[in-house]
Design a protein around this ligand. Structure first.
Ligand code: BGC
Length: 767
């Protein structure tokens, strides 16, 4: 059974009633972030029950030892861990000396609301302590989009049936550990603790990586919304600092604390200036004030929604879900810093180490490229460009030469840092998605300059890798690619994974085609690149030879490409014949059983068909879908979206909708029973794709933007906006037809259901 306690609402994620068993799940679901920092929705006040504490700072990690039985050449030296950062949200609350702890008192009217329109987390409840004293608590918290080193909390307590002493103890705690750390290991060394009036700062640094972080807090108090000052007591410990403020509060009066928190870190400031920088952030915050900061937050989110909102009429759960996905993607990455990227769990948990995967290039780039200005997607591409040297080193370590690059499957800084050799390392297909992303970007934005300026260096290095990685098989008289894992991680060390072979060939061809364009039209850049990369004509011929003679496993009988050599030797029993008790197979079966089974974790051949759909006719797409989907267990969150898009393409509307629901409410309804570990951020981009490319049928092949809008029967209408080469186009679909409105000053040519249409500036076309 999936969870269903999230209350449907168009703009908010709402939880009502206090249920201890939902705490860790809600801590994930109600997470907040601003692209630079993020926090799980932990309570401000003390909570002695089960909780998963998490505050994260983009880019900050710890290189944990890779633990394996037998070390082999080429293993990555470390596994990167995202670090739980010092906690600045904490406020201990005492009522007449008794600690407020929702785990031990009676809780009424508990409500948590993540207001996605405004980017604010609200919580309210009534707590009854053992003494019978009842208080009403309201808290509002957000991480500022305007000042991305800043967060703010307003926390208010109102005695309901008594008059008494209320105590707030705001603190910074740098004595935090990671949930996944094996031995309560500390990753932070405390360097300095500073106190000034109502402000405190802890300067700390990470062991090994030596990231320096200053965590700061500044506090203001109010009684019935009028600022008050109180004498405070300061408690200084080895790893934490707190202030204690107490006052008598009458029944019905409200005592509030405003707590501003900051992280300033050494990726952005000189180490010796971190405390100073933190002081400046907090000073600015108090000058602007909580209410103004909150207004600015609303405006900043309104701007994001203006270009990225999707409206679904007639299905409130679908509406809530799509906004949740869009909201979380924007909380994770905003595209202004090319050193940051999109971890599969964003800022909502520790799993996947907060690192960058192929998810970014294969799934996320279209979302950011289409809903934002093109510099955002460009920054994601530059992230890899800036790591090219490390990718070349990585390939050298594995025995490749001559500037061949293998981009890491998992990385924080360009170095490979996965912790599963057979599965993760062998997924060399990720190298191809680096080029696919460049193609996607150039194709969509029309910004060809990226290739001569940056892209070609990456492209040559990746093409070199494919040329060297392919082996000439005399037996087959073709090039083969041996010993890989495809996107389907339930097969390891296979030969000739079709997706990998196809992608390798495509990459080489794309690189050669663009080298020719540069040679003809960008000769100066061409010369520079050829000299810089030491690229030769003979190399070009060798690459072409590999591409021209690539081998693909294929079944004549089935008329489909095979996932890998020998795939038909398997016992091909469809997933729907498996007993429920066997699912999910990754939790129920041994690895041995999984590996010899035919079951597919996520789109593999179908991933290739999705990427290169224009190279296959509808009949062939359907044949591949019908062959592979029934064997697919969708045990990766990245799986349902690709299937939903392809199902829409071939008119399998029920399947498309089923897969859509699975991707869009994956976390809200906890389909995979693991939302407590964090959200599936990168697959949220897949949800967006299933709506825009799936139901909307948007495609962009050969410089032509096309649509083929369809609508699930469960909905009344839906609409989305895209930014295409500077034009904002709104697409609306209901059961009567579709509308396209051009909200820009330039006209745009599109194809709708196969027919060419020009939508002029500010024009609305109804079809
Ligand atoms: C998927 C990979 C993905 C990773 C991170 C795995 O479960 O199989 O394709 O890159 O999760 O999202």
């Amino acid at each position: 059974m999936n969870q269903d306690y999230i209350i449907p609402d168009e703009w908010s994620i709402i939880e009502e009633g206090f249920h201890k068993e939902n705490i860790t799940s809600s801590e994930s679901i109600f997470s907040i972030g601003n692209g630079a920092i993020g926090q799980r929705a932990n309570f401000e006040e003390n909570y002695s029950g089960k909780t998963f504490q998490g505050s994260y700072i983009g880019g900050i990690y710890y290189p944990d030892k890779t633990r394996v039985g037998w070390w082999k050449n080429g293993y990555p030296e470390y596994f990167a861990k995202v670090l739980n950062a010092p906690n600045w949200i904490g406020i201990n609350v005492k009522i007449n000396g008794i600690t407020l702890d929702l785990n031990t008192c009676k809780v009424y009217d508990f409500k948590r609301e993540l207001d996605m329109k405004c980017g604010v987390l609200n919580r309210s409840f009534i707590a009854e302590l053992g003494t019978g004293n009842q208080i009403k608590v309201n808290s509002t918290r957000f991480l500022s989009l305007d000042i991305n080193e800043l967060g703010a909390i307003k926390y208010s307590v109102t005695p309901i049936n008594f008059k008494g002493e209320i105590e707030f103890e705001p603190y910074i705690d740098a004595g935090i550990v990671n949930e996944d750390s094996n031995y309560d290991e500390f990753f932070w060394e405390i360097l300095q603790i500073e106190v000034e009036q109502n402000e405190a700062y802890i300067l700390s640094k990470t062991f090994k990586t030596e990231f320096h972080v200053c965590t700061g807090m500044k506090v203001e108090l109010a009684l019935n919304n009028f600022e008050i000052t109180l004498e405070k007591e300061t408690k200084l410990n080895e790893k934490s600092i707190s202030f204690i403020y107490k006052t008598e509060v009458n029944q019905g009066e409200t005592f509030s604390i405003y707590k501003y928190g900051t992280y300033t870190q050494s990726m952005n400031h000189p180490k010796e200036k971190l405390i100073f920088a933190a002081e400046k952030v907090l000073q600015k915050a108090t000058i602007i004030g909580f209410d103004n900061l909150l207004n600015k937050q609303k405006l900043a989110w309104a701007k994001i929604w203006e270009t990225s909102d999707i409206v679904i009429d007639g299905d409130i759960k679908a509406q809530q879900a799509i906004r949740f996905n869009i909201f979380q993607l924007n909380q994770t990455y905003l595209g202004e810093d090319s050193r940051l990227n999109i971890g599969p769990k964003g800022f909502t948990g520790e799993k996947y180490g907060g690192s960058t995967y192929w998810d970014t290039e294969a799934y996320c780039i279209p979302f950011y490229m289409i809903t934002k200005d093109k510099h955002v997607a460009k920054n994601l591409l530059l992230y890899r460009y800036n790591q090219l040297d490390k990718a070349i080193l990585n390939a050298e370590k594995l025995g490749f030469n001559n500037g061949a690059a293998l981009f890491p499957m998992v990385t924080m800084n360009g170095e490979e840092c996965h912790n599963e050799w057979e599965i993760t390392f062998e997924e060399i297909h990720r190298n191809g998605s680096m080029i696919y992303a460049i193609y996607n970007y150039v194709n969509y934005t029309g910004d060809y300059s990226y290739i001569p300026e940056y892209g070609m260096e990456v492209m040559i290095a990746v093409a070199r890798f494919w040329q060297q990685r392919a082996t000439f098989s005399k037996a087959k008289d073709k090039y083969v690619i041996l010993g890989v894992t495809g996107p389907n991680e339930y097969e390891n060390n296979v030969n000739n994974n079709w997706y990998t072979n196809y992608l390798a060939k495509w990459c080489i061809e794309y690189v050669l085609e663009n080298l020719q364009i540069l040679k003809n039209d960008y000769s100066e850049d061409y010369q520079k690149i050829i000299t810089k990369t030491n690229f030769s004509e003979s190399e070009l011929m060798a690459m072409k030879n590999v591409a021209d003679n690539m081998y693909y496993p294929y079944s004549e009988k089935e008329d489909v490409f095979l996932q890998q050599d020998g795939f038909l030797d398997k016992e091909l029993i469809p997933v729907d014949q498996l007993s429920k008790s066997d699912r999910p197979i990754n939790q129920k079966w041994s690895w041995d059983r999984i590996l010899r089974s035919p079951y597919i974790k996520q789109a593999d051949v179908l991933q290739g068909i999705y990427f290169f759909e224009n190279k296959f006719d509808a009949n062939s797409i359907k044949k591949h879908f019908d062959f592979y989907e029934p064997l697919t267990v969708h045990e990766s969150s990245l799986s349902p979206c690709v299937h939903s898009i392809l199902a829409s393409k071939i008119g399998m509307n029920n399947k498309a909708y089923e897969m859509y629901l699975r991707t869009s409410r994956l976390d809200l309804d906890d389909y995979n029973h693991e939302v407590n570990e964090g959200l599936h951020i990168t697959s949220m981009a897949g949800t967006w794709l299933s709506l825009v490319q799936g139901f909307g049928g948007m495609r962009n092949f050969d410089n032509t933007l096309s649509f083929n809008p369809q609508i699930p029967k469960e909905w009344k209408s839906y609409s989305f906006k895209i930014n295409y080469r500077g034009t904002t186009l709104k697409v609306y679909k209901d059961h009567q037809g579709c509308k396209f409105s051009n909200e820009s000053e330039t006209s745009i040519n599109i194809i709708v259901n196969g027919e060419k249409i020009q939508v002029n500036s500010q024009e609305l076309i109804e079809l």
